[in-house]
Design a protein around this ligand. Structure first.
Ligand SMILES: [Zn+2]
Length: 231
């Protein structure tokens, strides 16, 4: 499926009759891909301990997601640690309980028509979400790496990564994030304050690339602004 900009995807694009990218995919295949991503991100220090969570759409009608089980060390993740959940976040198959942030994944899939959602708890996303909180977000412009984000053609294009206050109330947080995404149709992700980075893509490969691009840019900006501290 060719889209000009992941930020412009809508749920309608994933409805029957479209070339839905995830329709034929099995839970096991997605679970293996998610485990590879989890171990890779763990090695990079982006999801230490049991932090972070990852999901991929298995079907849209009805909505079914493969999502990481809560409380599993991302460096030791196995396919059996990936669950299938429905549109309410209830487990349909697999042992374990889904992440508390499952509702956020479901909301992002619905708001953006995304095929995969990835979430890291990196050092730089924590530092910059606090440092830029008073500005409401992080403006990123002028970097060649921006072109790794779907739909961005030039280093001169502007990416705005909003900072949203963290909460343990997932229903309220989901609603707040939906409001931000509704007002920022071109953004590729957001930061939860002192918590981490969320991004998405049409599939796991694209979402993984977006994490890598955004984590790179956050680190560059952090170091450029001297937030490196003791580094
Ligand atoms: Zn989190």
């Amino acid at each position: 499926m060719q889209r000009s900009d992941a930020g412009h995807m809508t749920e309608a694009e994933g409805k029957p009759g479209s070339d839905e990218p995830t329709k034929q995919s099995s839970l096991h295949e997605k679970a293996r891909q998610i485990c590879d991503i989890a171990r890779g991100f763990y090695q990079r220090g982006w999801v230490l301990g049991t932090s972070g969570n990852f999901s991929s759409v298995l079907s849209r009608h009805p909505l079914r997601l493969a999502i990481t089980s809560s409380g599993v060390d991302k460096g030791l993740m196995e396919p059996a640690n990936v669950l299938e959940v429905d549109q309410e976040g209830s487990v349909l198959s697999g042992a374990g309980r889904p992440s508390a942030e499952t509702l956020l994944h479901i909301m992002i899939v619905r708001c953006r028509g995304a095929g995969a959602v990835l979430h890291t708890h990196s050092v730089w996303s924590n530092i910059l979400s606090e440092a830029f909180r008073s500005r409401g977000g992080v403006e990123i412009q002028g970097y060649e790496m921006l072109k790794g984000l779907d739909g961005i053609q030039s280093h001169d294009e502007r990416e705005w990564l909003p900072v949203i206050d963290n909460s343990q109330d997932m229903t309220a947080l989901s609603s707040l994030i939906a409001d931000h995404l509704g007002s920022l149709p071109r953004c590729h992700g957001f930061l939860l304050r002192r918590h981490g980075l969320y991004t998405w893509g049409r599939d796991l490969e694209e979402a993984k690339r977006h994490i890598e691009i955004l984590e790179f840019l956050l680190e560059v900006i952090g170091r450029t602004h001297g937030f490196a501290g003791q580094n």
